[in-house]
Structures are given as C-alpha cells and as structure tokens.
Design a protein around this ligand. Structure first.
Ligand SMILES: Nc1ncnc2c1ncn2[C@@H]1O[C@H](COP(=O)(O)OP(=O)(O)OP(=O)(O)O)[C@@H](O)[C@H]1O
Ligand SMILES: [Mg+2]
Length: 302
C-alpha cells in the first residue's frame, strides 16, 4: 500500500477564459518511508498539489489516497498527515509554545513532553516563550515543522521546509528530515527549490512543470539515464583530437587551451580514449562530470 497516492489529479482555478490549469492529470505513488522531493519552477503547481493532498481544496478531477484511504470521503485519512504549507501563519501575539498548544488541542490532546522534545529538535529551545510575531522567518519555519510533527503522524508533507533558513539551518533541517525517515519510519513529501539539498535528502523526486509531471523516479536512476553527462579532455594537438572524435560524439570547445568538452555517457569513456590514442593524440587529463539534479531539472523544465 502506498503512503501517498494520487490518480489523475487535476485542479483548475477559475472558469472560461480566466481558467488556470494549475495541476493536470498528476499520478504519484509514494511508498512508505520514502523521502520524496517535489520540484518545479515558480508557479508549477507544487503548493496547489500539496493543498490537494491535504484536502484543503477540492480537485477538479482525480483522487488522493493516504494509506489507501481516500481523503475526500475520509477526514480521518488526513489525520495521518502532518503538514507545513507555504505562508502558514501563527497567532502573532502568542508565544511559540502557546501556538503549539493551541494547535495540539485542536487535534485533541497536547502532549507537553513531546512539545518540549520537538522544540529542542527544531532548534527553538530558549525562544519558545517569545511571541511568534517577533520570530524571524527561519524561526517560524522551525515552529511550523514542530507543529506538523506534534501529533506524531506517519506522513509529513512539507512545502519548502528550508526556505528562509540560513545554511546551518538548512543542514540541520536536512539531517532532521533524514533522521525522521530513517529512525522513525516517516514518509516525507517535500517541495523545494534547493536542488542540491533535495539531491542529498530525497531518494525519489518528481519534477512538475506547468501542472504536469515531467519526470519521476529514484534520483540516482534519473541522473544516470539523463542525457549529456560531460567529459572534459585536455589533449594535444587539439584539432587532431577534434577530428578523431567528431561524427561519433558531440564535441564542443572547452574553456581554456587544449580543452575539449564532449557529451557522452560514462560507458563511452574507454572508446573515446582509444579513438584519441589511435589518432596519435596525447591525453593530459580527463574529467567526467555526473549530471547534477540541477542540470537535470533545468534540462527537463527548459
Ligand atoms: N487561489 C488561486 N486562484 C487562482 N490561481 C491560483 C491560485 N493559487 C495558485 N494559482 C495559480 O496556479 C498556478 C500554480 O501555483 P502554485 O502556487 O501551486 O505554484 P508553486 O509550484 O507552488 O509555485 P512556487 O514555487 O512559486 O511556490 C500558478 O499559475 C498560480 O498563479
Ligand atoms: Mg508554492
């Protein structure tokens, strides 16, 4: 059974000429304990999807299931999810602690021990009695995560959990999310613009663009199959090298003298070296750059 599943999920805002198709025919199947990164440029439909997953807005079409329970027909399904959404707000005149308490009580019970643990885990210890109106963006972000975890849900849905955090905060959040999945078996669905972070934290990603899912899968597999990993060669004489390779590989001029850049899969490296040696070219250096998630994202959403 999937932790989160959506089938043919669509959301159109407005009607007629004003209609905006924010999400179009989205299918996702997220396994329990997966850390899934949901990526897309601004306006791609990430927050809309998250609102749909949480049953905060009604889909134009399609269904969402949490552990097999359809969220539309079953409010209990959403209780298995802790969420933090873009622009989530707190009562500014209440302290972080009191905000947590208000939130906890709306879920039935407030566990002080757990709240203390979470305040500590998200790095707000010592500041929990301050009014949230005086919190920085990053502190609100941290409190938001604590709120999402308060009722200990098996699924976490986080809209840009690292936005507004400083580099140390981003690293802490990354470690925290990893630990939630690994040690507590939580399923995490997060949207983000921080591609290098996502690459480090998520085992699966989906890329959404203009409301449609363009790519989805295990990060390592997606990157391995991505086109155009780049090979930079330092060779002499340059023209001789170019002549030996052209026609078989896409050859571009590299930055600096005696450098060529070739787009070629990893498996082609020996053949490239052999072709150069056969043409009496001297090879001084070679660097193979694996496609990063950022390269992949930019090529898919270009
Ligand atoms: N309440 C709304 N009414 C009308 N259009 C909306 C509404 N909310 C979002 N949209 C539109 O739907 C599209 C997707 O928006 P969404 O907020 O889901 O994008 P996003 O991927 O979260 O972007 P970002 O990275 O900037 O947060 C956008 O074109 C947006 O203008
Ligand atoms: Mg958004």
């Amino acid at each position: 059974m999937y932790a989160i599943e959506c089938r043919q999920l669509s959301k159109t805002y407005g009607r007629g000429r004003r209609a905006r198709h924010a999400v179009r025919g989205l299918n996702l199947s997220i396994e329990p304990q997966q850390v899934f990164g949901f990526l897309g440029p601004n306006g791609a439909g990430k927050t809309t999807t998250i609102r749909l997953l949480l049953d905060l807005i009604q889909p134009t079409q399609g269904e969402v299931y949490i552990f097999g329970q359809q969220v539309r027909r079953n409010p209990a399904a959403v209780r298995q999810v802790g969420a933090f959404i873009e622009g989530a707000s707190f009562y500014p005149y209440l302290s972080g602690w009191d905000n947590l308490m208000v939130f906890g009580r709306t879920f039935g019970a407030f566990d002080t021990h757990r709240a203390h643990e979470l305040i500590e885990a998200v790095g707000l210890k010592g500041r929990e009695k301050d009014k949230t109106g005086k919190y920085s963006t990053g502190m609100k972000q941290r409190l938001g995560i604590a709120t999402a975890l308060l009722h200990d849900p098996p699924v976490l849905i986080l809209d840009e959990p690292t936005s507004g955090l400083d580099p140390a905060g981003i690293r802490e959040m990354r470690d925290f999310i990893r630990q939630l999945a690994r040690d507590q078996g939580k399923t995490v669905f997060l949207s983000s613009h921080q591609l290098s972070e996502v690459q480090q934290v998520c085992d699966h990603v989906g890329i959404i663009h203009q409301g449609q899912l363009l790519a989805e899968g295990e990060v390592a597999t997606l990157l391995k199959n991505a086109s155009n990993p780049q090979l930079t060669l330092e060779v002499k004489p340059l023209e001789q090298a170019r002549a030996a390779l052209i026609g078989k590989w896409a050859v571009q001029a590299g930055s600096g003298p005696d450098r060529l850049v070739i787009s070629a899969p990893y498996e082609d490296i020996p053949a490239i070296i052999r072709a150069l040696v056969a043409a009496d070219v001297d090879v001084y250096g070679m660097e193979h750059r694996q496609t990063s998630l950022e390269d992949f994202f930019l090529s898919v959403t270009a």
